[in-house]
Design a protein around this ligand. Structure first.
Ligand SMILES: NC(=O)c1ccc[n+]([C@@H]2O[C@H](COP(=O)([O-])OP(=O)(O)OC[C@H]3O[C@@H](n4cnc5c(N)ncnc54)[C@H](OP(=O)(O)O)[C@@H]3O)[C@@H](O)[C@H]2O)c1
Length: 332
């Protein structure tokens, strides 16, 4: 495993992190979830990403149990707040009330005294940014989180939050956006602003939820046990990637991966890590073999000719519009 600084902070994170969205507490049984976490630890992953909302709060519990007994100082545990965690009108968003209640719930479920990074899972247009940042400051100053991050925030929102964080003397060090060969919307605005401010990207769905592994074939039913067959939640999230045009182009990447001596999953993860503003790629996994495969992308350098050949194949189906970085206009 290789390690990078989280933005311009002193915190080192593994280039590849393990995330448990869709899987823990939902798509996969606890035994498989624990085996994936074990595989992550065995292959040198030290950074784990979850959220209060995943699997209706069950994902944090599963991760907490799977990491129990590990040396806490050897791990970086990240969680998030914003999406609804209960039926109440205040069980969501970035109000002071919800942030204070949610961090306590997350710590209890994760069985830890602090998280290394606490992230605003989206921008909340109905709460003053000052209120949110002051609540985050109290959390950092009370030792419940060491660093603050955001997720899917626009460049202007990151800039405003960063200015407040400086005033409040707390470290806002990261943004967590979607990023892959097929989804490059952060390149035009979010990345230049983040580079200037010393904010690093912890990118999600680097494999476009499994699509860039090449296992979904155009015109064929999805493979058994894959996310596209998970009717509980995965199938709905991956659906937009499963067009024949996307899948046909992904198949054309296979000879390029072979020439580079990489598997398709490794090529996809290595691709996001070529961007120096990316601090870590968060990969999901439904079985331990996937973790063993994916971690080999750490430290891989892709040459310019290969990157150009990839661009030529995927460009017509790649999204680059910075306006696609968005949060709900209304609190969900
Ligand atoms: N901040 C946000 O709003 C946000 C949103 C989404 C995700 N995230 C974070 O990002 C993490 C990763 O997201 P993601 O799970 O969509 O990432 P991903 O790495 O693009 O997709 C992971 C899925 O792809 C399949 N896969 C992984 N490795 C494979 C391999 N070697 N061969 C074949 N299939 C493979 C597995 O699904 P199957 O085996 O089931 O097909 C796995 O669960 C999440 O867990 C979460 O922590 C954050």
């Amino acid at each position: 495993m290789e390690f990078r600084h989280l933005g311009r902070s002193g915190l080192l994170v593994s280039e590849i992190s393990y995330g448990n969205w869709i899987t823990h507490g939902s798509q996969v049984e606890e035994e498989a979830a624990t085996a994936c976490v074990r595989a992550a630890l065995d292959t040198g992953i030290t950074t784990f990403d979850t959220a209060d909302v995943y699997a209706g709060t069950k994902a944090e519990e599963v991760l907490g149990r799977a990491l129990k007994g590990e040396r806490r100082e050897g791990l970086e545990i990240f969680t998030k707040v914003y999406w609804p965690t209960g039926p109440g009108r205040n069980d969501r968003g970035l109000s002071r009330k919800h942030i204070m209640e949610s961090i306590n719930g997350s710590l209890r479920r994760l069985q830890t005294d602090y998280v290394d990074l606490y992230q605003a899972h989206r921008y909340d247009y109905s709460t003053p940014l000052e209120e949110t940042m002051e609540a985050f400051a109290d959390i950092v100053h009370s030792g419940k989180a060491h660093y603050i991050g955001v997720s899917e925030w626009k460049a202007s929102q990151i800039r405003a939050a960063h200015a407040l964080a400086r005033e409040l003397r707390i470290p806002l060090v990261s943004n967590q956006p979607q990023y892959s060969m097929l989804w490059r919307v952060i390149e035009a605005e979010v990345i230049p602003t983040s580079e200037e401010l010393g904010v690093g990207q912890i990118v999600w769905s680097p494999m476009a939820q499994g699509v860039l592994s090449g296992k979904y074939l155009p015109g064929q039913p999805p493979p058994a046990g894959s996310r596209a067959t998970d009717e509980k939640s995965g199938a709905g999230f991956i659906a937009s990637w499963l067009s024949d045009d996307v899948l046909t182009r992904v198949q054309r990447l296979k000879p390029l991966a072979e020439q580079a001596g990489l598997t398709m999953p490794q090529l996809a993860v290595a691709w996001v890590l070529q961007n120096p503003n990316v601090s870590s790629a968060i990969v999901g996994a439904s079985r331990p073999e996937q973790v063993h495969d994916n971690v080999k992308a750490a430290g891989v350098k892709l040459d310019a000719d290969l990157l150009k050949a990839i661009d030529e194949i995927v460009e017509p189906v790649t999204e680059r519009d910075p306006a696609k970085t968005e949060s709900p206009a209304q609190r969900p």
